[in-house]
Design a protein around this ligand. Sequence first.
Ligand code: GPU
Length: 871
Amino acid sequence: GKDKWPLGEEKVWKNGMRAVDETVEDITKSFANHVQTSLARQPYNLDTLGAYQATALTARDDLLVNWNKTQLHYNRKAPKRAYYLSLEFLMGRTLDNALLNLGLKDKFTDGIKKLGFSIEDILEQERDAALGNGGLGRLAACYLDSSASQELPVWGYGLRYKYGIFQQYISPEGNQLEAPDPWLDNQNPWELPRLDVTYEVRFYGHADRMGDGSGRAVWQGGQEVLAVAYDVMVPGYATKNTNNLRLWESKPKRGFDLNSFNAGNYEGAVESSNSAQAITSVLYPNDHTSCKFHIGKELRLKQQYFWTAASLADILRRFKNLGKPIDDFPDYAAIQLNDTHPTLAIPELMRILIDDEDLTWDKAWGIVTNTFFYTNHTVLPEALEKWPVPLVEHVLPRHMQIIYDIVSYLHPINMPVINVCLTEPVGVISFAFICDELLISMSGDDRFFLQAVEKKFPGDQGMPKQVRMAHLACIGSRKVNGVAELHSELVRTTILKDFVEFEGIEKFGNVTNGITPRRWLDQCNPELSTLITKTLKIDNSVWLKDLYKLEGLLPFAEDAAFRKQWAAIKQRNKERLAHYVRTTLGLEIRTDAMYDVQIKRIHEYKRQTLNILGVIHRYFALKKMSAAEKKKVNRKVVFFAGKAAPAYYIAKLTIRLVVNVARVINADPDTKDYLQLYFLPDYSVSLAEVLIPASDISQHISTAGTEASGTSNMKFCLNGGLLLGTVDGANIEIAEEVGEQNVFFFGHLTPAVEDLRYQHLYQPVPIEQKCPALAAVINSIASGAFGDASIYEPLLNTIRQSDYYLITDDFDSYIAALEMVDEAYLDKEEWIKKSIRTTAKMGKFSSDRAINEYAESYWNLEANPVPANVD
Ligand code: GPU
C-alpha cells in the first residue's frame, strides 16, 4: 500500500530521515552545511544577508520535517478540510515567527552567536512578504497562524505575485511616490516550488450549450494558461502541525510560438507568453475598490478566475483521491471566500459538476451551496465588487451562462444578482477616483471591452449591466458572515436585507475578527511577553494559546512595583521606535512624550483628515499659550503611516497635508517641545511591529458604521495602548471587554449618519456657524499656513461641500475626547492601570477564538493534532 517503504530497507530509510534540530549543535551544524552546499559560500566572507539565508534554510528544514508529518497524518486520517481562499496574504516576515512557533528562538540565538552573528541583525535582513493591501490580507495571515496553532486542517490558497504592494516614498513636497516591490529578487527560502503540480486554466473562447435540455455546455478555444503551485509552510505555535499555503504562479502553456519566431516575428512569438505571465505579476494596490474604479480591468478579473479555477481543481483532485462519491464533497471540503474576490468559484464549481461530472443542476447546486461560506468585509457601497456583464461574457463565456442560469433558477424569488440598472451614478462624489483618468490608462484588452459596451448600448452614457458579486456569493454559500457585531448587523439590514428576507436570518452570522497574539505580542513585544509570563507564573505557551489567561494580570494593576515594570517596557519600546526613526529617516524624536499613533490605509472613511485637523487645532492652541501655560500641557508626538491607492487623489492630498503640517510644526521653536508630528513612509507589517508596542494612544476614528471591524485596534490594546475611537466596528466590542472607563469614545452613532448626510445636502449650515473651531483650522490651511493653499482646495472642498464622512459633525466631540486623553495621561499611575487592564481583557480578540468559531459553527471541522510518533 501507499504507507509502505519503497523497495529498499526500512532501517536505511529511517536512518536517513531528518529530525527537527533540537540542540544548539544541530543548529550550527545545519547552518554551516547550508553555507557550504546550498549557498556555495565560504564562511570567511559570509555577510549578514548570507547568514540570514543560512539561518532561514536551517529553520526551513525544521518546518519541512513537521510539514511532511502533518501532510502524512492528514492524508492517512482523511479528515474534512477547510480552504481559505484569499487574494491577499499579508504575511510580513517569516523567520522570527517560525523560530518562536518552533520553540527554537533561544537555541538559534545562541548558535548564531557562536557563529559570529547576531540574531537581531539577521532578522532585519528579511524582506516582508507584502502580498496584501491592509486589514483584509493581514487577517488572512493571522487566520493561517491560528489554524495551524489550533491543529485544524486548513489550507490557504492565493496568488504568488511577483510584486507585492508598492513601496511608498515621500517626495520633498510631500507627494506619495510608488515604486515596485521586487520581493523575490533575493531567493525566497520560505516557498517550495512544486513545478510538477500544475493545472490548465482557460480564458475567452466560446461556450456552446448542448441543446439537449441538460444545461450542459462545451467551452473551447481561447487562451490556456498554466497554474504552477508554490507551497509556503505555516507552522503552528507549540505543535508539530504545520499547514500549507499554496500560491499559484501563471505561466504560458507553451513557451512561445515557434512559428512566429521562425518567421521573424519575435515580438509576436512571445506576446501570448507575456500575457500569461502578466496574470500573477502584480498585486492590485486598490484597497476597498470595486471595478467601478478600474472599469474593465480585465487583468483583475483574470487574476480572480485563474486563482479560483486552479484552487478548485486542486481541491477536487485531493477529494477524488479519497475515492468517495462526488455527493460527499461538502463533507470533506469547506471553502471560505475571503470577501467577494473568489466568488467565481461558485459558477466554476457549477461548471465542473455539470459539464465535466455530468450532474443535474439541482444536485450540483446542492453541493455548491453546502460547500462555500462567504465573509463580507465592508458595507461601503463603492467598495462592493461588480463586474460588467460584457466583460464577464468576453473573458468567461461559460460562467456568464451559468450566472444567468442561477438567476433564472432562483427566478421565483427573483434575486437581483444582475444589476439591471444601466445608469447607476458613479459612486460617492467625494470619493475622488477619477474614472476618466483610468480610462485613458487602459490597455488594449480593456478597449475591447469598451467597444463591446458601445455595441450593446449604443450612445448610452451609463454603465452596462453588472454582476453583483456580493449577491452571487451570498446565494451560492451555506453561510454569510460579517466581521464584527455591528458590521454583521449592517450586512443583515442594509446590503443583504432582501436575502435575509428570502433565505432566513439563520444564514447570516457574525465572527468578530481576531489577531494572532504570537506575532502581535510575543514576537513584537518580547519584554512585555516575558513580564506577563513571569507574572502569571504559567508557561507562555499556555497563555499564548488561551489568551483569556491574560485576565490574571488584573490584580497587578494595583501593584506599584508591577506598574513600574510595565511603564518601563513601554518606555523602552518608545526608544526602540525613536531609534528606528533615527536610523531610517535621520530624525531625532523625543521619547519623553505621549505617543499618539494612527496607522492604516489612507481613506476618507478612516478620517486621517480629522486627525490632522485636530493636530493643527492643537498647534494653534499651543501658539496662543504663555510659557507657564505650556509647561502644564502634555507633550505629544503624533505618528501617521499608511499607503494611499495610487489613483486615490484625495488620499494622496491627505498625505501631502500631513507632511507639510509636520514641516511647519516640527520647526516652530514656540511649540516643538510640546508637539511633534511625523509621517513614517512605507508602512508595512514590520513597521507596525515597531510602532504598536510604543503607542500610548491609537486612533480608530472612522465615521460610525463604515469600518467593518478594524484589527489594529486589537493589536494596540493587546500591547497596552489605549484606544481613541468612534463607536464603530470592533471598537465597540473592545469597549465591552475593557469597560468604557478605559477607552475614549466620541462622535455620532451609526443610526444618525444617514440623516446628517441628508442635512448636509438639503439644509447645509456654514462651517463658521456649525463648528467655528474647525472653520479656523480650515481657514488657516486655506490661507497658506502650510504651503500653497490651492493644492489643498480639493481636499478642503470634500469637507466644505457634501462632507460625506461627517468631519463637521464630529470635530467638536473629537477635540473634547483628545482633551480627555490629555487629562487622563497627566495622572500617570491611573493611566498605567488602564493600560494593564486593557491588555488583561484582550482574550476575546485572539484569532484562535475567531478561527475556532469558523471551525465549529461554519465548517464543522475538528482539530487533528499530529502525534509525536508519526513517520
Ligand atoms: N478591508 Br472590503 C480591507 O482591508 N480591504 C478591503 O478591501 C475591504 C475590507 C478590511 C476592513 O476595512 C476592516 O474593517 C476589517 O477589519 C478587515 O478588512 C478585516 O476584516
